[in-house]
Write a protein of this length. Sequence first.
Length: 154
Amino acid sequence: MLALWPFVAMAAERGTVTGLPLPRFVSLKASEANVRRGPSLTHRIDWVFKHRDMPLRITAEFGHWRRVEDRDGAGGWVHYTLLSGVRTVIVQEDMLDLFARPDPGTMVMARLESGVIARLSECVPEWCALSADGHRGWARKAALWGVGVDEVLK
C-alpha cells in the first residue's frame, strides 16, 4: 500500500491557475517562443524554442505563465498564449513503423524518422494514432515523447 501513495499524489496535483492536471502535455503554438528564467517579462530569456507544434510538458503555473520542459528536460517559463492544447508527439525511434491498426501484424502505412513531430489523435494503453506529413497510422506509445505512459485519449 505504501508504494501507491506517490502515484495517487501525482494524479491529484492540479495547476493553481487552470485547475488542470500537472504535469500535462501541450504543444508550441508559435513558431518562436522566449523561454524565461522566471514567470514575467522582466526575467532573463535563457533560450528560444523555435519549432512550431513541438510537444512540451507543463510542470507549473503562475498567473499567465507556464513552466515547461522539452523532451531533453530543458525549459523555463513561457507565456500561456504561446501554447496550444493541440497534442503532438516527437518520434524517439528511427524508422518507427506506423501501422494500419494498433497491432504489429497489420500493414505498415509509413515509417517515421527519429525527431519527426506528429499530431496525436487517440491513444489506447500501448498505442497511439498519429498523423504526420499526410500519413496516418498507429505507433507504439513507448517510442513517442509527448504522451504519458498511462494516458488514454479518445
